[in-house]
Design a binder for this molecule. Sequence first.
Ligand SMILES: Cc1ncc(COP(=O)(O)O)c(C=O)c1O
Length: 412
Amino acid sequence: MRHGRCTDSVSAVFDVTVVRSGYPALSDGFAYLDGAAGTQMPQVVIDAIADVYRTGIGNVGGAFPASQRADGIVAEARRAIADLVGGDPGGVVLGPNMTTLTYRLAYALARGWRPGDEVVVSRLDHDANVRPWLQAAERSGATVKWAEVEPATGELAAEQYLELVTDRTRIVAVSAASNVLGTRPDVAAIARIAHAGNALIYVDGVHATAHGPVDTAAIGADFYATSSYKWSGPHAGAVVAAPELLDALQPDKLASSPDTVPERFETGTSAFADLAGVVAAVDHLASLDPALSGSRRARLIASMTAAEAYEQELFHRLIDGLAAMSHVTLYGKARRRTATAYFNVAGRTPLDVAEQLAARRVNVWNGHNYAWELTGVLGIRESGSAVRAGLVHYNDQSDVDRLLDGVAALAP
Ligand SMILES: Cc1ncc(COP(=O)(O)O)c(C=O)c1O
């Protein structure tokens, strides 16, 4: 119990050793605690991507089989994302990443904004769910209002939205989970307040999706953004909305490209092979426990519920271990949070800590991680912010213990 560490083993409904063996990169001797910045890929996803090129692929909309395979991949990717988050495949907009898609949606939405309209953003959010809205508001003359974070806890109180949302509010942009503190705000409560004021809610699910089951209808998200490279897939993003809602929006597009929904939000040629990888990643998440049966959506809910429970158990070991070290300052202690730790070590810069840990083959991130406003609120942005160590379903006790040993060795 040197670092307040428990000695009993952390168990999962699925077999973590088997899951890990599916990820070739995890055998390189590094502890991958950098999942919040991007996960590793299982062999099934790598194979799905390679198979697309092996089999032959064309652009969409052609008369020949290789083109029809591309059409099939796109349709399958929409179905897979819809299953993952509980949406309608006809409302799944695919794109290169969340940031690009959010800029695109913000631009389309802001076409209907007028001076005096209002936009509500939060200081908890990754900048990709802040700056696109601020810039769209500035262009249209809309007023920006800020939801504040409680610095000591990292909570984003839902009640403040009762004051922030008015009948002039057009959009409430909020994160389903902070990518540094892990805070999971009460998005359902915030959505109820937004909808009572006739506003739409744009939920950044990029960090949250990897850490538990998602039900966009239950949380009341009008738009839900996610990126597959955070949940074992390739670098591809998606925004999910009701098709009727997308139908009411007109993004900038080429005269010659489809004007249908969701296609009209997708500029240029898609990364078809990567979309095949997205499908494989969703299938992989749905079968973390191979004994699960039922529809893919049902298996995803069971699988991700188990993954969340496993991560949380492992996270206790991590956070208790760090909290027991007097030379460590931990940020955030929200009631509901993902398995994501953000901390500083006395007398060390975050970069120094990350370098020392890298020398021990432990991967962690240092810096603001684009949580720009939040690191400002915490008063750490100018000094290099902090170190982030995050868990996903493939991390194990040895990853956590190696981090704890590495941080313990940095005691002054
Ligand atoms: C919470 C959160 N939102 C948004 C983003 C941006 O996502 P993307 O890289 O897909 O643009 C990230 C990426 O780290 C994130 O963690």
